[in-house]
Design a protein around this ligand. Structure first.
Ligand SMILES: O=C(O)C1=C[C@@H](OP(=O)(O)O)[C@@H](O)[C@H](O)C1
Ligand SMILES: C=C(OP(=O)(O)O)C(=O)O
Length: 431
């Protein structure tokens, strides 16, 4: 059995940074993710005048319920959509100040409009400097009264998360009616974490789509960040593909992240899955069946499945993942083109991809600067040696040590062949 310790969750770390910064008191984040996205978030907070102290395994944030200490700042959000969507929202709630936000070329292409329109509806003075609905933007903060909003989160749930977290920082609270929603489990993470920082959101309405967020602010806390379930998907998929077994501690029955449901997809394909209170184990049975699966809720794991799909005994069809076209790259096309380079037959539609069984050959993977394309195809590389990447370093977004950790893991899995006495642990979180 191979045990892999996966680094902390990006989504949980980003939310914890927002909530801790807004809270009354000093919060401690235990085992946060250290990666380009979360370090960019923390530096953005520092630029806004928050005090963030980063130690190796815990970060301390002095909360400022009144908003940023800086009254003007120029913040660079890098590639992180959580940073690029959550931080301007936090700054907008401040009592007074003018802030400019910009992001990488990749992030500038990604949409923001439903969020920035909602902020304008709430009276925030917000100006897009170049393309409407995209970074860079300029915000003048003067406090937010609150009120009613209608939101289309059919492109990204992050718009809703940003507005939910904003609610307690407004004078009267927010009532948000959501018309469309993708990546719904991320909203569960948001609601659970707001609860940990002292705020209870009431969810109701005919479609459970109305969120009432009370005013009153957040309470500081000590928050332990769980391992990243999307990152874990590479190790689960690798075990299922390579006929092995892997256990990921820290992701058990009570895990917050919906992406842990990726193991249910592997189970449907033939793997055995065992979840305890503390961990999840995936064990190959030697079978990998094709399937049709809706991944609307867990679309960050779509590339993981696409990369191993040629080895399934039948076609793999992944549906309802149209919003993966507006991530770090157009992931449906990136997966399709790279698989075709490897000699695999693939079809795509507006929101689906279908991959036929085949024997992949080595190729250069066009990463489009997307960490998930690299990490997903690295799994495929276990059975197709010789894959190369035009930008292997883009894994820094969520897992800077990915290549070393995955190589150590692959080596340990190879040793599993000769029996459990050769089991080992990969401390992937080590940097
Ligand atoms: O809220 C979050 O932390 C995230 C939500 C999801 O985005 P979308 O809601 O845009 O699908 C996910 O893909 C992203 O990696 C992280
Ligand atoms: C889509 C992703 O990131 P984000 O939207 O947070 O930039 C991801 O990590 O796969």
């Amino acid at each position: 059995m191979t045990v892999i310790h996966v680094p902390g969750s990006k989504s949980v770390t980003a939310r914890a940074l927002f909530l801790a910064a807004a809270a009354n008191g000093t919060s401690t984040l235990v085992r946060p993710l250290s990666s380009d996205d979360t370090e960019g978030f923390a530096e953005g907070l520092t630029g806004l005048g928050y005090e963030v102290v980063r130690n190796a395994d815990h970060w301390r944030i002095a909360g400022r319920p009144a908003g940023p200490a800086a009254t003007d700042a120029d913040i660079y959000c890098r590639d992180g959509a959580t940073t690029a969507r959550f931080l301007p929202t936090l700054a907008a709630a401040g009592a007074r100040g003018t802030y400019r936000f910009d992001a990488s070329a990749q992030m500038r292409r990604r949409p923001l409009a439903p969020l920035t329109e909602a902020l304008r509806t709430l009276g925030v003075d917000l100006h897009h400097e170049a393309a409407e609905g995209h970074h860079p933007l300029r915000i003048s903060a003067a406090g937010i009264k609150g009120g009613e909003l209608t939101l289309d989160a059919g492109q990204s749930s992050q718009y809703l998360t940003a507005l939910l977290m904003l609610g307690p920082l407004t004078a009267e609270g927010l009532r948000i009616t959501v018309t469309e929603l993708v990546s719904a489990p991320y909203i569960e993470i948001t609601l659970a974490m707001m609860r940990s920082f002292g705020v209870e959101v009431v969810r109701g309405g005919p479609g459970n789509n109305v969120f009432t967020v009370p005013p009153g602010g957040y309470r500081a806390t000590t928050y332990a960040v769980e391992p990243d379930a999307s990152t874990a998907s590479y190790f689960f998929a690798a075990a299922a593909l390579a006929g092995r077994e892997v256990t990921v501690p820290g992701l058990g029955k009570d895990a917050l992240q919906g992406d842990l449901r990726f193991v249910d997809v592997l189970r449907r394909m033939g793997a055995e899955v065992h979840t305890t209170a503390e961990s999840t184990t995936v064990r190959s049975t030697g079978k990998l069946r094709g399937l049709t699966v809706n991944m609307r809720d867990i679309s960050d794991t779509m590339p993981t499945l696409a990369a191993i799909a040629p080895h399934a005994s039948g076609p793999v069809r992944i549906e309802d993942v149209g919003n993966t076209r507006v991530k770090e790259c157009d992931r449906l096309e990136a997966c399709a083109r790279n698989l075709r380079r490897m000699g695999i037959t693939v079809e795509t539609g507006p929101d689906w991809i279908e991959i036929l069984p085949g024997t992949p050959r080595a190729a250069e993977i066009a990463t489009h600067g997307d960490h998930r394309i690299v990490m997903s195809f690295a799994v495929a590389g276990l059975l197709t040696p010789g894959l190369t990447y035009d930008d292997p370093g883009c894994v820094r977004k969520t897992f800077p040590r990915f290549h070393e950790a995955f190589a150590e893991f692959a080596e340990l899995m190879t040793r599993q062949e000769s029996g459990p006495e050769n089991s080992g642990q990969v401390p992937a979180a080590r940097r």
